[in-house]
Design a protein around this ligand. Structure first.
Ligand code: CP3
Length: 347
């Protein structure tokens, strides 16, 4: 680990005082970068993970190019499922596709469990390499059970998740067994990443906003309680993200999570009105990255002013970067957030 280690991100996650607002971007490694596109010409998405030196390079790119305050491991939420022998593919412009969608409990009861150390040694080697190479914290991550189940049951991306929810309502016992299977896998994978050097872990529950608060409480809260209680016993900070899930904030607030990551549909005022005291991450609409720079800066400025004086804020997008975004704009935005938040703090 370098002596000049920038731990501002971790301090903000723990709600400690910071000299400026830390920034990182969801999907900060990806097709908007020319270097990434060049690497993808030589390696398929999953092949990158199998080459720890290449994977570490891709993970470091946004830190080196943009100056963000955290790195996120380059992998996918489907990585541990693939390592268990499931036939998952990433189709460009579509997302993860699974050709044997779950219809009954018998479709998954025979799956072998994940042992990250023996099933994903190349990912853990990447984490170890990054722990030596980075001068900012490394965020490990995993998909949350609902979001993973949505791909496994729908067979790919979905608009309304009706098959997933239908399975949950019609086969509650099979649903509970699937959530337990996926929670077990997620914990095994995250614990291994933490042991190898990840100082933070983000659980991506991108599509869980499709559930009502009542159904979240009934069908998911026990699973999420288990995941975050186990993570709480480690030294890593935990972050939880979902899109379009403002109505679930009261549920999330009951869970032992350090940082709640929200999208632009929820305002910081909504967050405050609910009396939530946890650290917050977000929530710039990634579409604003396609707006003229002065407008983008104006919106970022507003977010910083709203959170000014309150500890526990990490600047991020409300969802991932699109491939058509320009790297120069992201660099300008990162520099602006650092400079303006420092200026606000010193007033
Ligand atoms: O930089 C980072 O954020 C780290 C890497 C990362 C990827 N996927 C790389 C990736 C992370 C954290 C993810 C998480 C992920 N994957 C989520 C949760 C976050 C979110 O955006 O909601 C979800 C839902 C997925 C599933 C998935 N994988 C989708 C929807 C896609 C996009 C499909 C496309 O082509 O637009 C992927 C593929 C994927 N994962 C890419 C990257 C860089 C693009 C693949 C490529 O290089 O062609």
């Amino acid at each position: 680990m370098s002596i000049l280690f920038n731990d501002i991100f971790l301090r903000a996650c723990r709600k400690e005082a910071v000299p400026f607002t830390p920034v990182w971007f969801m999907r900060q490694a990806g097709r908007y970068q020319s270097e990434y596109r060049a690497i993808r010409e030589r390696y398929s998405f999953f092949e990158i993970s199998h080459h720890p030196d290449v994977c570490a390079k891709v993970t470091r790119l946004p830190v080196e190019k943009l100056g963000v305050d955290a790195a996120i491991l380059f992998a996918d939420i489907m990585t541990p499922l693939k390592a268990r022998g499931l036939k998952v593919e990433i189709v460009e412009g579509v997302g993860p596709v699974f050709n044997h969608p779950i219809r009954t409990g018998a479709d998954f009861s025979h799956w072998r469990s994940l042992d990250a150390a023996s099933d994903l040694p190349y990912v853990l080697e990447t984490v170890q390499l990054l722990h030596q190479q980075l001068n900012v914290p490394l965020i490990g991550f995993a998909g949350a059970p609902f979001t993973l189940a949505s791909y496994l049951i729908e067979g790919g991306p979905s608009k309304n998740y009706h098959r997933t929810k239908g399975f949950m309502y019609a086969h509650p016992e099979d649903w509970a067994a699937l959530m337990e299977d996926l929670a077990e896998m997620t914990l095994n994978y995250l614990h291994a990443q933490i042991r190898c050097g990840a100082q933070a872990v983000q659980v991506f529950d991108s599509w869980v906003g499709a559930l009502s608060a009542e159904d979240y409480h009934r069908y998911l809260a026990p699973t999420m309680q288990r995941i975050f209680s186990e993570l709480k016993k480690t030294h890593a900070v935990s972050l939880y993200f979902a899109a379009g899930a403002g109505h679930l904030l009261p549920e999330w607030n009951q869970l032992p999570i350090d940082v709640l990551s929200i999208d632009w549909r929820t305002s910081f005022a909504d967050f405050g009105q609910l009396g939530i005291e946890k650290a917050i991450q977000g929530n710039l609409d990634p579409s604003l990255l396609l707006a003229p720079l002065p407008m983008l800066k104006e919106r970022a400025k507003r977010l910083l002013e709203e959170r000014n004086g309150k500890p526990g804020y990490i600047f991020n997008l409300g969802h991932g970067i699109f491939p058509e975004v320009s790297e120069d704009k992201l660099l300008a935005l990162t520099q602006f957030v650092h400079a303006y938040s420092q200026q606000l703090g010193s007033q």
